[in-house]
Design a protein. Structure first.
Length: 323
């Protein structure tokens, strides 16, 4: 092990240990990430990759590859995108946030790694006075964000204002270090809130059996979020387990890997999703509706059971500016 490896939270190298070799969902992504190993800090229960992937390759990957057609995060048809923002997951996020945040007092929302900005768009539908901002470099999402009223920043260095609410959903784990997250806290107004959700990754328990890691570079547990709050003196007003259980998530991950592991940017011809879209075009609508009733819905989209236990797949929390 490289003796220079230290924890990104406590900065100590005394309790760092090798955990496992990195596992890929889409095997060709090794071109952008390299051959990685996962290490962990036993004190913080926080895990991270080494060596850090080349930043230029990562930027290209998230701008051009991550949501490319035929991949797991491909956005799909425009009509489907517009309907899906109002789904159960986003409504649950809104309900959770409403417990802590009075949206009548929120004037600005900043979504870091927004994707297509579903949650902010949903909130805007309920509270029209709110202005939407984001930081997203995925070329497949930019036109959607613009149409939804977002002002997009290419990077955090461009930002010259503060925000009442910052949202970052399943984004922090894709960063090469925690400095970007710390920078987000500094973008809050004096009474601002930061809402996050990330996978729950207890490698010292069940998470060691996960089917793949990509594109995660950082892996959190409840203890690691508590340590981040403690070491940096952040005001963590809530930290909860959420989503369905980890074992169920592993099943979906295994199915996803079977379908997408051989995707390649240079591969031509039909992908599985191309066949699905062709079927939709050829079959009458009433037959499609019938099939939806008798065939299991999208096998990668589970029901929305929220379990606040340490076996849950995700962790969500609220930081509040303490100024």
């Amino acid at each position: 092990m490289n003796k220079n490896i230290s924890c990104l939270i406590c900065k100590s190298s005394n309790n760092i240990k090798f955990i496992d070799n990195y596992k890929y969902n889409v095997e060709s992504d090794v071109e952008y990430f390299g051959n990685l190993k996962i290490f962990g800090c036993e004190d913080c229960e926080f895990y991270f990759v080494d060596p850090i992937p080349d930043i230029n390759k990562l930027n290209y990957y998230y701008s051009n590859i991550y949501r490319a057609k035929g991949r797991p995060h491909y956005l799909g048809e425009d009509k489907e995108i517009e309907k899906n923002y109002n789904n159960k997951k986003n409504l649950n996020y809104l309900s959770y946030l409403s417990t802590f945040v009075d949206f009548k007092n929120i004037k600005s929302i900043f979504d870091f790694g927004a994707g297509i900005g579903d949650l902010g768009y949903l909130i805007k539908k309920h509270y029209d006075h709110i202005n939407l901002y984001c930081c997203e470099n995925d070329k497949h999402s930019l036109s959607i964000l613009k149409n939804r009223g977002y002002k997009n920043y290419k990077n955090l260095e461009e930002i010259n204002k503060k925000f009442d609410l910052i949202i970052t959903l399943h984004t922090i784990h894709q960063l090469s270090n925690l400095n970007f997250f710390f920078s987000l806290i500094n973008l809050l107004t004096e009474k601002g809130y930061l809402f996050f959700e990330e996978p729950n990754c207890p490698f010292n328990k069940s998470y060691i059996k996960r089917p793949y890691d990509s594109p995660e570079l950082l892996f959190f547990t409840k203890k690691s979020w508590e340590k981040i709050s403690e070491v940096n003196q952040f005001n963590l007003v809530d930290l909860s387990y959420s989503s369905f259980n980890i074992e169920k998530r592993f099943f979906y991950m295994s199915e996803i890997k079977k379908e997408f592991e051989n995707w390649n940017v240079n591969k031509t011809g039909f992908q599985s999703k191309d066949y699905k879209n062709l079927i939709k075009k050829l079959l009458p609508k009433f037959i499609l509706n019938f099939l939806k009733k008798i065939i299991q819905p999208n096998k990668y989209k589970s029901d929305l059971s929220i379990n606040n236990t340490d076996a849950s797949w995700c962790l969500r929390g609220i930081f509040k500016a303490d100024k």
